[in-house]
Design a protein. Structure first.
Length: 331
């Protein structure tokens, strides 16, 4: 659907939102034409929508309610069928997360610590009777409630992401449904992880390749219209627009994600493509493509499978092949 040559969107530090977990499927859904004031220019390409999510202008207090028209009832027949179609490339752990959710749904028992009333999400965006995206409730380390997300592709359900977290925004337009799922940060040195789902309403197509790593402590400027660029030399990504950050006091309570050194969070090969969202006095703020270009990165998250392997000196990617946002020198 959308290729990497399209403008990229940026995610800033997300604040916790009130969450409604009362989503129930409609027997005969009446599909909304759109939700909110989303102009055509804001979804084609969708960069303006995501910039508004980053700036906090788009963030739902009850995101689950907006998914009601697209829900299929999660009964034993439907979840059992999905279980039988789990892709062989899913790990045993990923398959077990769904199996446990299936068992708990169909054999209700006394709640255990960490359980939350998260709804089982069988999302049928194009209304053809088959869910394209599945969100199975699960309990993770902490205990922290969240989801394992599976995507229908080639007749099988493939793991996309899992972890304790929150669905912080849902936006429905005449042609698409946008969802943002943010994984909880438990370790103060971890990066923030934001997964975006972009679903078509007219056919079975959900874009899931937009996952972002964001270093806590990154200085976020006012965002402008994104412009694509390709670096002609190697590039260093930082949390701020300075090469000489003030040293942090040992007793400081200011929490930041792990860095390589000073404020450096990643280094890239020459030729890395990205999108600039702000320029100021020799610096630019933007997001950079990781796959094939990332040399080193300090960013990691214990509930995600994309990280830099110090031993092998190489970037190890999960399904999302994350982009990283930050500052770099730019004429």
């Amino acid at each position: 659907m959308f290729r990497l040559t399209l403008p990229l969107f940026l995610f800033a530090v997300f604040l916790s939102c009130n969450r409604s977990t009362t989503a129930e499927p409609n027997a005969k859904p009446v599909l909304p034409k759109a939700h909110g004031a989303v102009a055509k220019s804001e979804i084609n390409p969708p960069v303006q929508y995501f910039a508004k999510v980053a700036n906090g202008k788009f963030r739902n207090k009850k995101p689950y309610d907006l998914l009601k028209p697209f829900l299929i009832k999660p009964d034993s027949t439907n979840t059992g069928r999905i279980q039988s179609l789990l892709a062989p490339d899913n790990t045993e752990h990923q398959r077990n997360l769904f199996r446990l959710a299936h068992i708990k749904l169909n054999q209700p028992a006394k709640k255990t610590p960490g359980d939350d009333d998260l709804p089982f999400l069988l999302l049928d965006f194009d209304q053809n009777g088959t869910p394209e995206l599945v969100g199975a409730p699960a309990t993770f380390f902490g205990p922290s409630p969240g989801y394992v997300f599976l995507l229908l592709r080639g007749g099988r359900y493939h793991h996309i992401i899992d972890g304790g977290g929150d669905l912080i925004d849902v936006r429905v337009t005449a042609t698409h449904v946008f969802m943002t799922y943010t994984i909880h940060t438990i370790d103060s040195l971890e990066a923030e992880v934001h997964q975006v789902f972009m679903a078509r309403r007219d056919k079975e197509e959900v874009e899931t390749s937009f996952k972002f790593y964001w270093a806590t402590g990154t200085q976020c400027p006012a965002l402008s219209t994104p412009s694509p660029f390709t670096s002609i030399k190697s590039l260093t990504l930082r949390t701020g627009n300075t090469e000489h950050p003030a040293p942090q006091k040992p007793d400081s309570e200011h929490v930041v994600s792990k860095t390589l050194r000073d404020n450096i969070i990643a280094t890239y090969k020459a030729g890395v493509p990205g999108f600039i969202l702000h320029r100021t006095k020799g610096w630019a703020f933007g997001c950079l493509k990781g796959q094939g270009y990332l040399l080193r990165s300090s960013l990691y998250h214990g509930m995600d499978d994309s990280r830099f392997a110090e031993e092998g000196k190489e970037a190890v990617y999960g399904n999302g092949k994350p982009w990283i946002c930050g500052w770099f020198t730019h004429p």
